[in-house]
Design a protein around this ligand. Structure first.
Ligand SMILES: NCc1[nH]cc(CCC(=O)O)c1CC(=O)O
Length: 318
């Protein structure tokens, strides 16, 4: 390959710049080529409407993908959880690097933990998935909280707590880690309490399908275990026919303490008020191919649909 600079298309948000910068450094190391960041403004960055109304987080992705298809940039870095499950023709996920902490976290006033929030506490999140599970936990454990729909970037969200408008906000640990604000977390939510979004904590490095040399080089950053895990999670999401702003959580991980490792896939769907929920898991041998991983996701989706999951997903965020 030449030693011309590779062009990395990125959104301008702090999170996007942080994760693009980190991947740029890794790509420099595996390719020996300089990497140049090319900033691209997406509709999701300029719109003030709620995400669910403008068609989910896929809006952040479209402009980056257009730039890839037009050959204006060589590769792009996405938060995997923001990627629509359908892979567009002409583009491939060249690498899914090792996932970091998939958990959701709370940033609350006065260093409060989720379960110590006082009666009537207001918790901000724009995610129906987080609302559904927080409200379900609250109902089951006698907590009196109110989930409040918000949007905006990480700084904006934490700002609601700093200026006293909300008692707490929910964010992804991975995002806070990447922008260097993990110290502001007051509580890490167990995945038993809030199952993360499919793909949460993982990145995806995408490029044009006809760039064989680049795909091969980026492959050095791929983590096969992360790839099969997120493939199973996203296959579950796709088979539920849910979008990325649906109240769906999913996590595939290895079961501990076994000689022959097995993968467990957990899934949840619920109404945002927390009154109804379908939560199931399935365990099987660790998928060796993406095809096997997809089958695991589809199997769990079939069971969840049989228990009425479809009827819990009709709602929109409000
Ligand atoms: N929807 C925005 C978004 N997309 C990816 C992350 C965090 C990083 C990740 O989950 O990989 C965030 C912020 C958040 O949910 O707190």
């Amino acid at each position: 390959m030449s030693d011309k600079a590779l062009r990395l298309g990125t959104r301008r948000s702090r999170l996007a710049m942080a994760q693009s910068g980190q991947v740029a450094e890794a790509v420099r190391q595996v390719t020996g080529r300089p990497v140049e960041l090319v900033e691209i403004t997406t509709y999701g960055d300029t719109s003030r409407e709620h995400l669910a109304q403008i068609g989910g987080t896929g809006v952040f992705v479209t402009a980056l993908r257009d730039a890839l298809v037009r050959g204006e940039v060589d590769f792009a870095v996405h938060s995997l959880k923001d990627l629509p499950t359908a892979q567009p023709a002409g583009l491939v996920l060249a690498a899914v690097p090792e996932r970091e902490d998939p958990r959701d976290v709370i940033v609350a006033r006065d260093a409060l933990k989720f379960t110590d929030l006082p009666r009537g506490a207001r918790i901000g999140t724009g995610s129906p998935r987080r609302m559904a599970q927080l409200n379900a936990y609250a109902r089951a454990h006698g907590l009196d909280i109110e989930t409040v729909a918000i949007r905006g970037n990480v700084d904006t969200r934490i700002g609601y707590v700093r200026d006293g408008e909300l008692d707490a906000v929910v964010l992804a640990a991975a995002g806070l880690n990447r922008i260097g604000r993990i110290d502001e977390v007051t509580d890490f939510l167990s995945v038993d309490t809030v199952l993360p979004a499919p793909g949460q904590g993982a990145l995806a490095i995408e490029c044009a399908a006809d760039h064989a040399d680049l795909i091969a080089a980026l492959g050095a950053l791929d983590d096969p275990l992360t790839r099969v895990a997120v493939t199973a999670e996203r296959s579950l999401l796709a088979a539920l026919e849910a979008g990325c702003s649906a109240p769906v959580g999913a996590l595939a991980d290895l079961l501990d303490g076994q000689i022959v490792k097995e993968m467990r896939l957990r899934g949840v769907v619920g109404t945002t008020d927390g009154t109804r929920m379908v939560q199931l898991s399935t365990t099987g041998s660790v998928p060796q191919t993406e095809t096997q991983a997809m089958a695991l996701g589809r199997e769990l989706a079939t069971e969840m649909l049989a228990q009425g999951a479809a009827g819990l997903m009709g709602e929109r965020a409000h």
